[in-house]
Write a new protein. Structure first.
Length: 969
């Protein structure tokens, strides 16, 4: 059951690999080599084995004509003994499904194999799992409520221990489904929420994941459709619709099932998306290299990071690359680098952080046109070469370096000519930064790659995702998205253009960000050398095409270059023949700008390479006339940071500002969002830490500011170009609340009254109160019937009908966070059918004052009867409306009717009599069509009148009521 395979001369010495068969599989158990290998040793040229002995021969060639040989002799040690499983013990019940198993060390064991199954001798749960030399291992995701058989088999170079015994145990039952969770941010029923908000909820201890459904109507799923997430407490739903009600249902789940009867939450969004997110890019700055010559191709490849730019010139001598550093809005040339032995140095470039890569796809280091990548690192003097990288198994015509990209500690290099699987099937090499060196991590090649697919033609990497194109896959092209889990890159999704004609070159250019992936197809559908753009959005765990394919406004031909596309945030730029195009995402992709330099020609190659980041766009014209004919020019376009915002409310330097104001400010042009901080000293944030409120121009304080305090407000507008930090700090002083709050007394109903229905409460106003808390209950100071918070008005409309009970009312004035203390309760008795069961109630409930927090032309106000059918009273009169937010008010007129409701409709042209900006009075006539002895006219100042009712206003002097048919002014 033993096999030995030698490998001659790897690392200039050689190795022997020893394998053993465990009855089902071959496993490598040892690697043998020379004690002191060097380049002149050839270990493994001779090999023989017999029973438990292995002989490996070789020779050493020190110099010409002087050779001597050697033989290494290995013997098998005894097989190890079995190991005792210490946990779980045999027959244990209710064992967790994620289980840490332990065992004792076995004599002469060099490792342990784990076998687990649902029957004796079965390995359907774990088959030949090599735990190495440890004595503990965690088995995960065992089945619930099942019997598991577990065996540990030690091994060494002689083989596996024999006749090792299994233990069995029973796993725990399915867990109970978790409880429901609550939406924490935004809180349910909140208003003024940014369309950019994340959803955050309370984590449930027993939940292993959550199902998220979001829509703009109750029960809808048009925004997120049952998205499953793991053990997290937030999700980004994307950009939400503005000025809309958003409904969210979050259902926790675990292996026992979904939580049940979880309620929807909802909130209302702002419309805080601004077209000014699109910068008005000014005329491009021209950049010429200090070193140049004819046909240098300056700009054949470009890449951009926060403050650095790298530009290649593959036509200059054997190639060159120039580095620039940003100073203000200009670029300063740092240094130009050249290859050791270049051929087309500068095929592609990439820069991220302090590292940059410049490739030469025609380098001869691994063979003719095998390719190479040069690594540079930023230092105080510029950029210095630290490595030259070749593919480990590179060979001629691989074109290693046709495309390259960097992000963080990973680099991807396209190798479209790789013949490892198929002729020019292609591959992509992944390198990882370890210390100061980039080491090869893995080679990617999808299983469906075929002859001449050229996988690796274009590459891009961002975060945990990477996109690699194969422009001739099945003649149409394809793009493959890989996702990194830990340190491993796995194929996540394959993108194709659909059922269009051949030769589409889908994937000529690719780009990827944390949210969008872009693929160009220069010859798709519209004819040779035209093309479309495919844009995909990451929704949940899948990349979904957003708008089909996108066309430029002038149906321009797309650039065939591999770098003629870039994505940043919610903007995409696409290179055409003589211009580049900006697209902005706002639920769909819209072209917002077409930019081209004056005098540019098709043959200049403008926008064949592009880069965009933080409001800066760099576009190359690599064949344009720069310092020489065809030497190349770079155009740099800047998005400027926005101007400062001005605080509008509270008015700067004002005093007596409210304690809970709604802050408002001006919105400068080109502002994408605003950062706000509030403190008690200039630049301090002890009240509100620096908060991103996106594109809103108001901020309602959710808590009270300290009274009689100078408050400092900092506003910092931002956009793609950055944050405006050189802004004035505004201040205002809050109002002072020093007088103690007194309690109030109930004036209607009067204490100990007996009434039929509680619909109106009135109390004596308290001068320094900002509001009142009304507690209504069946006992003193209780609020089991109702608890109401009002503003500074001294009456409130309620609808309480608890016949036969004594009702207690406690009214507590408050000011900010201060409440009056020791306020007493008043009580009264609600009658049981005071007019008798068979008779109708012969009164009309008239409320002389109605208050509403806001009114619109579509609202309907109901005034409750009750009155007898047939005893119709027509009321057309004066009602006072008060608007707390000063919205436009409309007049009212009633409908005649019978029953229990009088409906009042709004008119567009009211008869406005008086108005002070906050309260308006509307007048008409009053006519009674039936006698009502309790309805009276009460004179008020300025010769006006109002109606009153004896049942609800004890001070109403009726004097017998109104005569039938009376016409009142």
């Amino acid at each position: 059951n033993t096999a030995v395979v030698t490998t001659l001369n790897p690392n200039n010495s050689g190795f022997a690999h020893i394998f053993q068969h465990n009855g089902e599989n071959w496993n490598r158990i040892a690697i043998k080599g020379m004690d002191f290998p060097s380049f002149y040793h050839v270990f493994g040229t001779g090999l023989d084995m017999q029973e438990n002995e292995i002989f490996i021969g070789g020779y050493s060639d020190y110099n010409k004509g002087y050779t001597r040989g050697f033989v290494y002799y290995y013997t098998c040690e005894e097989k190890p003994a079995c190991a005792e499983i210490t946990f779980p013990v045999n027959g244990l019940a209710d064992v967790e499904t994620d289980l840490s198993i332990t065992w004792n060390s076995a004599d002469k064991a060099s490792g342990y194999m784990i076998f687990a199954g649902s029957c004796p001798g079965c390995t359907d749960l774990t088959d030949s799992l090599d735990a190495g030399q440890t004595n503990e291992y965690v088995l995960e995701n065992l089945p619930y409520r099942d019997t598991v058989y577990l065996k540990i088999v030690p091994y060494n170079t002689s083989g596996f221990a024999t006749e090792c015994q299994s233990v069995w145990f029973v796993t725990e039952d399915f867990p109970a489904p978790p409880a429901c969770t609550d939406l924490l941010s935004p809180i349910s029923e909140a208003t003024g929420i940014s369309v950019y908000t994340d959803l955050q909820w309370e984590k449930i201890p027993d939940a292993t994941g959550y199902q998220i459904t979001v829509g703009n109507c109750s029960g809808c799923n048009n925004i997120l459709d049952s998205l499953l997430v793991g053990d997290v407490d937030f999700v980004d739903p994307g950009i939400l619709p503005g000025n809309d009600t958003i409904f969210v249902r979050i259902i926790p789940f675990n292996d026992g099932g979904m939580a049940s009867e979880c309620q929807e939450a909802f909130f209302v969004t702002l419309n805080d998306r601004f077209a000014s997110e699109i910068c008005s890019y000014k005329d491009g700055e021209k950049i010429f290299p200090l070193l140049s010559e004819q046909q240098a191709g300056f700009g054949s490849a470009v890449d951009l990071t926060e403050n650095h730019l790298v530009v290649s010139s593959p036509g200059y001598a054997s190639g060159a690359a120039t580095f620039y550093q940003r100073q203000g809005s200009d670029w300063r040339e740092l240094n130009t680098v050249f290859p050791e032995n270049g051929f087309s140095f500068g095929t592609d470039v990439a820069v991220d952080g302090e590292y940059a890569a410049v490739t030469d796809e025609n380098d001869w280091g691994n063979g003719v046109y095998a390719g190479a990548a040069y690594i540079y690192r930023k230092n105080e003097n510029g950029w210095e070469q630290t490595q030259k990288i070749l593919g480990d198994d590179g060979r001629s015509a691989d074109y290693f370096g046709r495309a390259v990209d960097l992000f963080g500690e990973y680099m991807v290099v396209g190798c479209p000519g790789d013949d490892t699987i198929w002729h020019s099937g292609g591959s992509a090499y992944i390198f990882r930064l370890e210390g100061n060196l980039w080491v090869q991590d893995t080679i990617l090649c999808p299983a469906d790659i075929g002859v001449n697919d050229y996988f690796g033609s274009s590459v891009a990497i961002h975060g945990d995702f990477m996109i690699i194109s194969a422009t001739w896959h099945y003649t149409n092209g394809a793009a493959y998205i890989y996702k990194r889990t830990g340190k491993k890159w796995n194929l996540h999704q394959k993108l194709t253009p659909g059922n269009f004609s051949a030769n589409q070159h889908f994937g000529t250019s690719v780009a990827i960000s944390e949210r969008f992936a872009v693929v160009t197809s220069p010859s798709l559908f519209t004819g040779y050398n035209k093309g479309e753009i495919f844009i995909y959005e990451l929704r949940g765990d899948q990349w979904v095409m957003t708008d089909g394919y996108v066309l430029t406004s002038d149906n321009s031909s797309l650039n065939w270059a591999k770098s003629a596309v870039s994505v940043s945030g919610e903007q995409v730029i696409i290179g055409g023949e003589t211009a580049f195009y900006l697209f902005q995402y706002d639920g769909s992709w819209k072209e917002t700008k077409k930019i081209f330099p004056a005098g540019i020609k098709k043959e200049d190659g403008f926008s064949q390479t592009l880069a965009m980041q933080n409001g800066v766009i760099v576009a190359a014209a690599s064949k344009a006339k720069g310092n020489f004919d065809g030497s190349g020019v770079i155009y740099s376009y800047n998005c400027n940071t926005p101007d400062c915002a001005a605080l509008l409310f509270p008015v700067p330097n004002s005093i007596q500002a409210p304690l809970n104001p709604v802050l408002s400010w001006s919105q400068p042009l080109e502002t994408a969002g605003m950062q706000l901080s509030i403190g008690t000293c200039p630049g301090c944030d002890d009240i509100l830490e620096l908060t991103d409120i996106r594109g809103a121009d108001t901020y309602p304080m959710s808590f009270n500011l300290p009274q009689n305090t100078l408050i400092y407000t900092t506003l910092r507008p931002y956009n793609m170009a950055g944050i405006q930090t050189e802004c004035q700090i505004y201040s205002f002083r809050t109002m002072s609340i020093s007088e103690p709050l007194e309690c109030t007394s109930l004036s209607f109903p009067m204490t100990q009254d007996s009434i039929s229905r509680l619909s109106y409460i009135r109390w004596e106003p308290v001068s320094n109160a900002l509001g009142y808390r009304i507690d209504i209950g069946s006992c003193a100071f209780c609020n089991d019937i109702a608890s109401i918070t009002t503003d500074a008005f001294s009456d409130e409309y309620v609808d309480i009908d608890t016949s036969g009970l004594r009702v207690y009312i406690t009214i507590t004035p408050f000011n900010g966070n201060h409440f009056a203390e020791s306020c007493s309760s008043s009580s009264f008795y609600l009658l049981e059918d005071p007019y008798g069961e068979s008779s109708c109630i012969r009164h009309f409930e008239f409320r002389p004052i109605q208050r509403f927090s806001s009114l619109s032309g579509n609202d309907t106000i109901s005034m409750n009867g009750p009155y007898c059918p047939g005893e119709v009273i027509t009321f057309i009169g004066k009602i006072r409306f008060e608007s707390r937010d000063c919205q436009k008010l409309h007049g009212i007129i009633p409908k005649l009717g019978s029953g229990w409701d009088q409906e009042f409709l709004f008119l567009e042209n009211p008869r406005l009599i008086t108005g002070n900006g906050k309260a308006f009075e509307y007048h008409s006539d009053v006519q009674t069509t039936a006698r009502n002895p309790d309805l009276c006219v009460l004179s008020i100042p300025d010769g006006k009148t109002r109606l009153c009712h004896t049942l609800y206003e004890p001070d109403c002097p009726c004097n017998g009521g109104l005569p039938e048919g009376a016409l009142l002014p």
